[in-house]
Design a binder for this molecule. Structure first.
Ligand SMILES: [Zn+2]
Length: 480
């Protein structure tokens, strides 16, 4: 039913958008997803369908903040992209990517990349105590849920993982309609009580939302590993730069070698669910399945289990938080400050709703805004699409690296002073991290209120005032 709603919204986007071809194609794929089961052999279509899902939910989630309905927000989001003058770096190709103006949804597909290095079983990552790589992962369809679909909850695996919630106080409120504020006004009205990040930016005390040190940038890439991830890894390698990768289980079974390469290069690996749907829309059991299967594939490929997660679209509330923490996964969001989120909007370029020059203008605004913060910050980028990888490799990362004042680019755990060992269950030496079963972090309205105030304690008083002002302006929601 949710997929049907998403498909309907997507059709609206398709009809209204000038880039009919791209949207139409992905809308068709989104529709097709309701009737078909993708497989590993249909890697390209499953990647595309993931994009469609991402576009739809992102559009719904983002634009509905402050909007009254999904329909009206869809119309607002899909307004034609106005041409604009280039901003920021010159529109010339760099690091083997096209000129900025040519990085569009309709750009010719470039070279796709297989993993450039192979690491045999027994290879050992560089960090202390890291277990050797296990026997190479071999995909067997009968052992895994269908790609890009919320896994069933009646499997023996999920039934076992559900026991991890025993004794944990899970908030007892209903799933949201579609993970957006406009799509569920009743839930949006309870956003503070729910600790719902999507509607108002509410966070919990365990959430990682920014780096503590000023001018420090926590780098993250979501939704991979994908056909162009290798291009990004090569770039990061030349700069001796590590990042945090929030990986999707359905993508990991397609490209386990890339997951290994990320891990062996010292990047951090974190859980980004199995099917990449909005978690607040799901039952407790479905959330367990989404997180559990992704933990499992990462463990089978790498031999380690992440201790962190990021909700798709950042759509998290106290119920999702409590389940994630009970499963040993600490939430990581991206920074919100001064009325907008540190979302580079790179995915909108891939979707055809934002021009690359406008995207860079947004990005430069983030860089300028970041210099005003007392803290460092976490930025959202993606490695699933060619456009987003090209923007990162050719433009955004270099812009940050050469910025004045200079930024210190780090993995998110690194910027939080969390050792790489503590990012994984098998190697952590921290008895209070990964997250624990402390019921004080979840549950009743008082707990929710504490979570919100606790989150604000991570920010400076000035930031809290700005957040409060922003909420007042838009009637309880921070606009992205
Ligand atoms: Zn994502």
């Amino acid at each position: 039913m949710k997929l049907e709603a998403l498909a309907a919204l997507f059709s609206l986007l398709a009809a209204a958008n000038a880039h009919e071809g791209v949207f139409g194609r992905h809308a068709a794929i989104a529709q097709k997803r309701q009737d078909t089961t993708s497989s590993v052999s249909s890697a390209s279509s499953s990647v595309s369908s993931s994009l469609a899902s991402s576009q739809t939910s992102q559009a719904s989630t983002t634009s509905s903040q402050g909007a009254t309905s999904a329909v009206s927000s869809a119309s607002a989001t899909s307004a034609p992209v106005a041409p604009s003058a280039p901003a920021g770096p010159p529109a010339t190709g760099a690091n083997g990517v096209p000129p900025l103006s040519q990085i569009t949804s309709g750009m010719p597909a470039g070279t796709t990349y297989a993993a450039s290095e192979t690491f045999p079983a027994g290879s050992t990552p560089s960090f202390s105590g890291a277990p050797p790589l296990p026997t190479p992962f071999v995909f067997s369809p009968g052992n895994w849920p269908a790609q890009d679909k919320i896994p069933p909850t009646d499997s023996p695996e999920v039934q076992e993982w559900i026991k991890e919630l025993d004794g944990v106080n899970i908030p007892d409120f209903a799933p949201t309609v579609d993970g957006s504020c406009g799509g569920d006004p009743a839930a949006a009205a309870q956003a503070e009580q729910r600790g719902w990040w999507t509607c108002g930016g509410w966070t919990g005390p365990e959430d990682i939302t920014m780096c503590p040190e000023k001018l420090t940038w926590g780098i993250s890439f979501d939704d991979g590993p994908g056909p162009y991830t290798q291009k990004l890894l090569d770039y990061l390698d030349t700069k001796n730069q590590q990042a945090t990768f929030f990986v999707v289980g359905s993508r990991c079974i397609e490209r386990p070698q890339l997951l290994i390469e990320e891990h062996m290069a010292g990047h951090e690996i974190s859980v980004h669910t199995w099917s990449h749907h909005a978690l607040t829309t799901m039952t407790n059991e479905e959330i367990v399945a989404e997180l559990g299967w992704t933990r499992k594939i990462i463990k089978e490929v790498l031999g380690v289990t992440p201790t962190t997660m990021r909700a798709p679209f950042g759509d998290i509330d106290n119920r999702v938080r409590a389940i994630s923490l009970a499963m040993g996964l600490r939430p990581i969001q991206w920074t919100r400050f001064n009325g907008f989120a540190y979302d580079t909007n790179d995915w909108k370029v891939a979707a055809g709703t934002v021009s690359p020059t406008d995207q860079m203008a947004t990005f430069n605004s983030i860089l300028g805004n970041a210099t005003l913060m007392d803290n460092g910050f976490i930025v959202l980028e993606h490695d699933l699409y060619e456009q987003t990888v090209d923007l990162a490799v050719g433009y955004t990362l270099d812009a940050a690296r050469t910025h004045n004042p200079p930024f210190k680019l780090q993995r998110i755990g690194e910027c939080m002073n969390i050792p790489l060992t503590d990012m994984y269950l098998e190697t952590t030496t921290n008895t209070t991290f990964p997250a624990h079963r402390d019921t004080n972090t979840s549950g009743d309205p008082n707990g929710a209120a504490n979570q919100s105030s606790g989150a604000r304690s991570l920010t400076s008083p000035a930031v809290s005032v700005i957040i409060a002002a922003g909420m007042a302006v838009v009637g309880g929601s921070l606009l992205l």
